[in-house]
Design a protein around this ligand. Structure first.
Ligand SMILES: [Zn+2]
Length: 276
């Protein structure tokens, strides 16, 4: 940004003066602009953070907008004002309701970083059963792949890939999908992917916001999700992956969210449920 001014030979000493100097005025102005747009995060409550920065775009899809960065997780059926160019797209696995080419067409630009499990996790069976949107191929060829246990840091955002699988249902075998713990602005957001309640959830560490799937077999039932809340102890939980109509078929009834909320109350858990 200040290459020209700092390129001069005399610029090697008097570092402090330089910081006051012309070359940094621009930086200061920019900083002030940022401060005007965003109240400092230390002063925000978690609920304000969620309200301002975390949007449930539908199904298992979420959008995080934070300090000018746009991050999508599992974008599905993205439309209208929900669609903007992403800095990062994070995919849990490649079933069509998580890796949707029409959504990716709207949000992936030349500089978008796409993160997900290796494309080799796509099985022949998944393809034969029509679970894969094959038009995603062009995006998977530029994938930054991560496996369970790996961590990436990008633009001050930490993305930790964690286990996400079904213990009994065959759709999401162990090791092929990722859940993610995303740390942004000091807030830890956990997206479970299409996992059911698994013991690894106990070891996620402190989680501020958990995003848990409620559609039943292949994900969690509301009871399973309440059990997951017991393991994770997040401050806030947002249920997802229910009430979606896919090709005229309803995935998990609209009522699952309310049933889940009631269970959290009945169990006396302190976690706040937000339905978005
Ligand atoms: Zn799914």
């Amino acid at each position: 940004m200040s290459e020209e001014a700092e390129g001069s030979e005399s610029g090697t000493q008097e570092t402090e003066d330089q910081e006051e100097g012309q070359s940094n005025e621009e930086t200061k102005e920019e900083r002030e602009e940022v401060e005007e747009q965003e109240k400092p995060d230390e002063e925000k409550t978690l609920e304000e953070f969620i309200e301002e920065h975390l949007e449930h775009t539908g199904h298992a899809g979420f959008k995080i907008r934070y300090q000018g960065k746009v991050i999508y997780i599992d974008p599905y059926d993205i439309s209208g004002s929900d669609a903007e160019e992403a800095d990062i797209v994070i995919l849990t696995h490649y079933h069509f309701d998580h890796a949707d080419s029409k959504s990716l067409d709207k949000i992936v630009g030349a500089k978008t970083v796409i993160i997900g499990p290796s494309a080799s996790t796509i099985s022949q069976e998944d393809i034969e059963y029509g679970l894969i949107d094959q038009k995603c191929e062009k995006y998977l060829s530029r994938l930054r792949s991560v496996s369970n246990g790996e961590t990436l840091s990008l633009n001050g955002i930490t993305i930790n890939a964690v286990a996400s699988y079904n213990k009994e249902a065959a759709e999401h075998p162990r090791g092929k999908s990722n859940g993610y713990v995303i740390t942004i602005g000091g807030v830890k957001i956990y997206h479970a992917g299409d996992s059911d309640t698994i013991p690894e959830m106990y070891r996620l560490g402190e989680i501020d916001v958990a995003l848990l799937p409620l559609a039943g077999p292949g994900q969690m039932t509301p009871e399973g999700a309440a059990e997951a809340v017991r393991l994770i102890k997040p401050k806030v939980v947002i249920p997802m992956h229910y009430g979606t109509s896919i090709d005229g078929m309803k995935i998990g009834s609209d009522d699952e969210g309310n049933r889940f909320m009631k269970l959290i109350n009945d169990y006396g858990l302190k976690t706040k449920v937000i339905i978005k």
